[in-house]
Design a protein around this ligand. Structure first.
Ligand SMILES: Cc1cc2nc3c(=O)[nH]c(=O)nc-3n(C[C@H](O)[C@H](O)[C@H](O)COP(=O)(O)O)c2cc1C
Length: 314
């Protein structure tokens, strides 16, 4: 029964944004950010790690002194008792100084439609006054429940932004959804749009535009695209799947342009104007290389280009 409900609700509730709890949102990427999370079985930890790759923010884990039992039903029973008696399980010291951070990404699994009891311990000891909190949670399909409201109740002097939630079973693939959430909040847009292109031992920095085509390309990263050099001016290569668009594109390019060509479903990096600058197929600009283009002149005619978000670099 739990599984069936979880499946049905999961389809409806994989990505829910609740209303901000107070005031106008500050710019959360304007200060230093910490990703603070509790995770019992690892789903929220995976999500926190993906968030760290996207934002570059540090991670700190909330851990209980006494571990919970291994058996799921025993955990559920213990958590139920803790909740009903108001018991707050003691925590190990946090490996981070909260004074160093203005923005807290606060991650937790949903327990009985709310925050887990260890998070209740943490917030009762640290009400995160004056911080901007971006809550995120994983669950088994019943959604974030009242967790965002409970965070607000524990942290009345913090600014709590809309919660991100996703199925725990999808936590391994959290990055694209997290990137959309960040984009919707206007957070980390600059770091999320900076990408790196590695070709052999050449590393290029690039930035993607804030456009639908570029956004769809960004959601597919990391991508390795076999490319060939053409006309002494560009490297191009095909994508597995088309990027749907009604944008028309243009028949010219600037040096450094990263483009998508709907006609042959290919991505190109342009690096040298030629004597015949006009293209035969229309291309849609998606972004541009911001580092030196000279190394592209030295590469072999057939390469594999690895595109990834800059913040996802090891
Ligand atoms: C005690 C307990 C209570 C839970 N209650 C809910 C719930 O109310 N709704 C839900 O969708 N999932 C519930 N779950 C499932 C977890 O929220 C889900 O598996 C989550 O992804 C686990 O994250 P973690 O691996 O980071 O611990 C519960 C799990 C536990 C252990």
């Amino acid at each position: 029964m739990k599984d069936i409900l979880a499946t049905l609700l999961g389809a409806l509730l994989t990505f829910t944004l609740a209303s901000p709890c107070s005031g106008a949102p500050a710019s959360p990427d304007s200060g230093r950010s910490l990703i603070l999370f509790y995770s019992l079985s690892g789903n929220t930890r995976l999500t926190a790690e993906a968030l760290s790759r996207l934002t570059g923010a540090s991670l700190a884990e909330i851990k209980t002194v006494e571990p919970y039992p291994d058996d799921f039903h025993a955990v559920v029973e213990q958590a139920r008792q803790e909740r009903s008696t108001g018991y707050l399980p003691p925590l190990l010291p946090l490996q981070a100084n909260l004074n160093d951070y203005d923005t807290i990404y606060l991650g937790f699994p949903i327990w009985s439609n709310s925050i887990p009891q260890p998070m209740a311990t943490f917030l009762s000891e640290h009400p995160l006054e004056g911080k901007t909190i971006l809550p995120f949670c994983t669950h088994d399909g019943y959604g974030p429940g009242r967790s965002a409201r409970v965070v607000t109740e524990y942290c009345p002097k913090a600014q709590v932004l809309p919660i991100f939630d996703m199925l725990g079973s999808e936590a391994r693939d959290a990055e694209p959804k997290l990137a959309s959430w960040l984009q919707e909040l206007g957070v980390a847009a600059s770091s999320a749009r900076n990408i790196v292109i590695r070709i052999n031992d050449v590393e290029l920095s690039a930035v993607l535009d804030n456009s639908p085509v570029a956004g769809e390309f960004m959601r597919r990263l990391p991508l390795s695209i076999p490319m060939v050099q053409y006309g002494g001016r560009e490297y191009y290569g095909g994508l597995d799947r088309e990027i749907p668009t009604s944008e028309e594109g243009r028949l010219r390019f600037d040096d450094g342009d990263i483009t998508y060509c709907p006609q042959n479903n290919s991505v190109a990096i342009f690096y040298a104007q030629s004597s015949r600058p006009n293209l035969t197929m229309k291309v849609i600009p998606m972004g541009r290389v911001t580092s030196d283009l000279a190394p592209l002149h030295e590469l072999p005619s057939s390469v594999i280009a690895h595109f990834s978000l800059q913040s996802a670099q090891p």
